[in-house]
Design a binder for this molecule. Structure first.
Ligand code: ADP
Ligand code: 5GP
Length: 235
C-alpha cells in the first residue's frame, strides 16, 4: 500500500458525507480522518465518529502545540486535521481520506503536493439549496440563516474548483460514488506502477482508469460548463 492522501472538498450540502460513506463501503484500506471542530454536533453525529467536538480554548491549545496538519475557520468555527491521522493511517498501511474545506486543501497541497485532490460540485444552485434544506429538516428543523450562509459560501468555494486534480458532479449518487471509487483505484495503480510493482491491467482496472481519466480537471470542460454557468461562472 502506497500511503496515498486523498483530499475531498465540496460546498456544504453537495453530498460529500453521503459519498464518503458510499466510497468507504466500496474500497478497502481507506481510513477517514476524523477532524476536530468547535462547532456543535448536528443531528445524530457522535463524538469521535463524524468529528471530535471541542471548545475554542482547547482548539487554540492544539494550534499552539502544532498538532494540526491544517486548520481553518469555516462558517465561524474552527475545523482541523490532526497530524496523528496521518501517522495512524501509515501505521495501519492504509490510505487516508481528508474531508476538508478549500482553505485546508490549499494548505495540505502546499505541504504535500503529491496529495490527490478531488472537488465535488452540486449540479446547480437549486439542487444545492434543496439538499441543504432537506438535511436541515431531517435533523430537526431548518435554520434559515445557516442555509443562507452556506449557500453564499458555496459560490466562493466553487470558484476554487480548478485548484483540484479531479472534479466530480454529484448529480446521480451512484454515478458519483463510482467515479470516486474509480479515482482511488486508478491512483493506487499509478502509485504501484511508479514503485515498480502493481497488477497488470485487467478489465476492472482498465474501467477504473478510464472513468478516472474522464474526471481529471483537464478532461472535464464539457461536463462542467453547464454546472459552472448555473453558479454564474464561465470556464
Ligand atoms: P455534505 O456532506 O456535502 O454537506 P450531505 O452528504 O450531508 O452533504 O448531503 C446533503 C443532503 O443531500 C443529504 O440530505 C443527502 O441525503 C442528500 N444527497 C446527497 N447526495 C445526493 C444525490 N446525489 N442525490 C440526491 N440527494 C443527495
Ligand atoms: P460541516 O460543518 O458541514 O460538517 O463542514 C463544514 C465544512 O468544513 C465542510 O466544507 C468540511 O469539508 C469542512 N471541514 C471539515 N473538517 C475539516 C478540517 O479538518 N479542516 C478543514 N479545513 N475543513 C474541514
Amino acid at each position: 500500500m502506497a500511503g496515498l492522501l486523498f483530499i475531498l472538498s465540496a460546498p456544504s450540502g453537495s453530498g460529500k458525507s453521503t459519498l464518503v460513506s458510499q466510497l468507504r463501503s466500496m474500497v478497502p484500506n481507506l481510513d477517514f480522518s476524523v477532524s476536530w471542530t468547535t462547532r456543535a454536533p448536528r443531528g445524530s453525529e457522535q463524538e469521535g465518529r463524524e468529528y471530535h467536538f471541542i471548545n475554542r480554548e482547547e482548539f487554540e491549545r492544539m494550534i499552539a502545540a502544532n498538532d494540526f496538519l491544517e486548520h481553518a475557520d469555516v462558517f465561524g468555527n474552527y475545523y482541523g486535521t490532526a497530524r496523528t491521522s496521518l501517522v495512524r493511517a501509515a501505521a495501519r498501511g492504509n490510505d487516508l481520506l481528508l474531508d476538508i474545506d478549500v482553505q485546508g486543501a490549499a494548505q495540505v497541497r502546499r505541504n504535500m503536493p503529491q496529495a490527490v485532490s478531488i472537488f465535488i460540485l452540486p449540479p446547480n444552485p437549486d439542487v444545492l439549496e434543496r439538499r441543504l434544506r432537506n438535511r436541515s429538516r431531517a435533523e430537526g428543523g431548518v435554520d434559515e440563516s445557516v442555509v443562507q450562509k452556506r449557500l453564499a459560501t458555496a459560490r466562493q468555494e466553487i470558484e476554487k474548483y480548478h485548484e483540484y486534480r479531479y472534479v466530480l458532479v454529484n448529480d446521480v449518487l451512484e454515478r458519483a460514488a463510482e467515479e470516486l471509487s474509480a479515482i482511488v483505484l486508478a491512483e493506487r495503480s499509478y502509485a504501484e506502477a511508479r514503485e515498480g510493482g502493481g497488477q497488470p491491467e485487467n478489465p476492472e482496472l482498465h474501467r477504473a482508469r478510464t472513468l478516472a481519466r474522464q474526471c481529471l480537471l483537464e478532461n472535464s470542460a464539457e461536463r462542467l460548463q453547464p454546472v459552472l454557468a448555473s453558479f454564474g461562472f464561465s470556464l
